[in-house]
Write a protein that binds this ligand. Structure first.
Ligand SMILES: O=C(O)CCC(=O)C(=O)O
Ligand SMILES: [Fe+2]
Length: 213
């Protein structure tokens, strides 16, 4: 009986359905305005306030038990989000993410149990060389998500493109994605190598992972 009620409760979400179809077909999806413009601005301010309070640290490579700071690989600064002490903007962020994760778990049997997100700032001149979002000693990351928090007037000449290295019929086909505000990119962590091209302006984002354990 409970199961029946759950099914009746379920309403199909066209945006989430599009993401799922894209992931199945090409391992990535791009959504403009995953969050309303006002939420993007609030998250940008939250990020900048925390950056000014000096709470960010130089990003490392490897996971938390096995991390090395390597400027020739990545030059961004990060701060992990903490759902337990989220501000208003971050609460909105997590409530949407939780809704999305429960939708994925209901419809795709992905078994996402954990998530982790960090703010990121790439200062002028920095980049993140081509990599895969899984570590040698940890393959729990299933889906990578990036939310861009840049100003409205972000221009292509500012650089900072995310390049996804897709493979089609044994041939490499790079996909170039500009970090326009409100844009969300989601891709399969264990499949798609990617890089962040050098930036000419400070580049702001939230990056995170949906994990199976
Ligand atoms: O900011 C982006 O576009 C991607 C960042 C990234 O690849 C990472 O943090 O692992
Ligand atoms: Fe990455």
């Amino acid at each position: 009986m409970n199961e029946l009620f759950e099914q009746l409760d379920f309403t199909e979400d066209p945006c989430y359905e599009k993401i799922i179809a894209d992931l199945l077909e090409r391992q990535y999806s791009i959504v403009e305005d995953f969050f309303p413009a006002g939420d993007v601005i609030a998250l940008r301010h939250a990020l900048l306030d925390k950056y000014e309070e000096d709470r960010f640290k130089k990003a490392a490579i490897g996971n938390r038990v096995n991390e090395v700071i390597e400027k020739t690989v990545r030059g961004d600064f990060i701060l992990w989000l903490n759902e337990a002490c989220a501000n208003t903007a971050e609460e909105l962020f997590f409530s949407k993410i939780n809704h999305f994760v429960s939708y994925l778990n209901k419809t795709c049997f992905l078994g996402i149990l954990h998530k982790e997100f960090h703010y990121a700032i790439y200062p002028k001149g920095t980049f993140y060389k081509r990599h895969l979002d899984t570590f040698q000693n940890d393959d729990r990351r299933k889906l990578s998500m990036v939310f861009y928090l840049n100003e409205e007037n972000w221009q292509p000449e500012y650089g900072g493109e995310l390049v996804l290295y897709k493979e089609e019929h044994g041939k490499e086909c790079p996909v170039t994605i500009y970090p326009y505000p409100g844009r969300m990119v989601i891709f399969e962590s264990q499949v798609l190598e990617h890089e962040v091209r050098p930036v000419e302006r400070e580049r702001l984002s939230i990056t995170g992972w949906l994990k199976t354990s």
